[in-house]
Design a protein around this ligand. Structure first.
Ligand code: CU
Length: 296
C-alpha cells in the first residue's frame, strides 16, 4: 500500500503539468472545475478506502486464538453506507449534467461555422465563404478531387473554401460541424477541452469560444514553437497517428483578413461546374470578386 501510494503521488506530481495543460476556451474553465471537484471527492474516498482495506485485512488476519464474531446485519450501518454515496453521487451527477447542458447547448447564431471531415488518414476543413452558408454535400459525389462530396447544384457551395490549416478568431463562438468519410474518428483539441467523435453517416457538432491566440499561448507556455492542433483520438487504422491538423487562433481582425484572402474550392477546380453549366457565370463573378479583394 505504501509503495503504491508513493508511486501514485510521485507520478501525479511529476506529470501534473502534462495533464493540466493551459485552458484556451470559455467552457474549458467549467469542465476543468467539474473534473477537479470529482477528482477531489473520489480521490479522498479512494485513499480512505484503500487504507481501511489494507488495515483491516492486516488487523483481522487469521489467528487460531480468536474466532469471528457473528454479525449478520446492521440496519443503521447499511442505511449510512447507502445514503451517503447516494447523496454524493447525486450531487456529482446533477453538477455534471448542468455543465454538460451548458457545453452542449446549441451554438449561438453568430457562431463561425467550420466543417471538419475526418478520413483515413487526415482531416479536411471547409469554411462557408462569403455567404456564410456551408453548401450542400452528398456522399455519392465524393471522388478523388471532390473530397467533401460537394453538391454544386447548391449555389452555397460556390464560395466554400478548404484551407490546409484551421484558423479561428479569438473571443468568438466557433461551431464545428463534424463528419467522417469512412470509419470512426474523433476530433480532439485538448487546449480547448474539446473532444467529439466523427461518425460516418451521423454528423456531430461542437461549439466553443477560443480565449487565447496562438501568440498569447506561446508567451504563456514559454514555448515559441507552440501550436494548437487537432488530433484523432479514435484508433482508426494504420495511419491514425498522422491525423494532425494545425490550428491557428488569431485576433478577429487578422482572422477576417485571412478569410478574405482564401480562394473558393471551386475556383481551383472549375471543371466541377460542368455538371451545372448555368452556374458558370456566377463562378466568373466570384473569381473577379476574389481578384478585386486581392488587389485591394
Ligand atoms: Cu482517425
Amino acid at each position: 500500500m505504501i509503495v503504491c501510494f508513493i508511486l501514485l503521488f510521485w507520478y501525479s506530481i511529476k506529470e501534473f503539468d502534462t495533464y493540466q495543460i493551459p485552458i484556451a476556451s470559455e467552457h474549458g474553465v467549467i469542465t476543468d472545475r467539474l473534473f477537479w471537484i470529482t477528482m477531489a471527492i473520489t480521490g479522498i474516498v479512494f485513499i480512505i478506502t484503500q487504507i481501511l482495506l489494507f488495515y483491516f485485512s492486516y488487523k483481522y488476519q487469521h489467528s487460531p486464538r480468536r474466532s469471528a464474531l457473528y454479525f449478520p446485519d446492521n440496519y443503521k450501518l447499511e442505511f449510512i453506507w447507502t445514503i451517503v454515496p447516494a447523496v454524493v453521487l447525486t450531487i456529482l451527477v446533477v453538477y455534471g449534467l448542468t455543465v454538460w447542458n451548458k457545453v452542449m447547448a446549441p451554438a449561438p447564431e453568430d457562431a463561425e461555422v467550420v466543417e471538419i471531415l475526418g478520413y483515413q488518414f487526415a482531416w479536411k476543413v471547409r469554411y462557408p465563404g462569403k455567404d456564410e452558408t456551408l453548401g450542400a454535400y452528398d456522399f455519392r459525389k465524393i471522388d478523388a478531387v471532390n473530397d467533401f462530396g460537394l453538391d454544386f447544384t447548391d449555389k452555397a457551395t460556390f464560395d466554400d473554401f478548404s484551407p490546409r490549416e484551421l484558423h479561428l478568431p479569438k473571443g468568438q463562438p466557433v461551431e464545428f460541424r463534424i463528419r467522417a468519410r469512412d470509419v470512426l474518428h474523433s476530433v480532439f483539441a485538448p487546449h480547448f477541452r474539446l473532444k467529439m467523435d466523427a461518425v460516418p453517416g451521423m454528423p456531430t457538432r461542437f461549439w466553443f469560444v477560443p480565449t487565447k491566440t496562438t501568440a498569447e499561448m506561446r508567451e504563456e507556455t514559454g514555448n515559441p514553437e507552440f501550436n494548437y492542433e487537432i488530433a484523432c483520438t479514435e484508433v482508426c487504422g494504420r495511419g491514425h497517428f498522422s491525423m494532425r491538423l494545425l490550428v491557428i487562433v488569431e485576433e478577429p481582425e487578422a482572422y477576417e483578413q485571412w478569410k478574405a484572402e482564401q480562394e473558393p474550392w471551386l475556383s481551383k477546380n472549375p471543371e466541377y461546374l460542368s455538371s451545372v453549366p448555368e452556374n458558370l457565370k456566377e463562378l466568373a463573378m466570384i473569381k473577379s470578386q476574389i481578384e478585386h479583394t486581392a488587389i485591394n
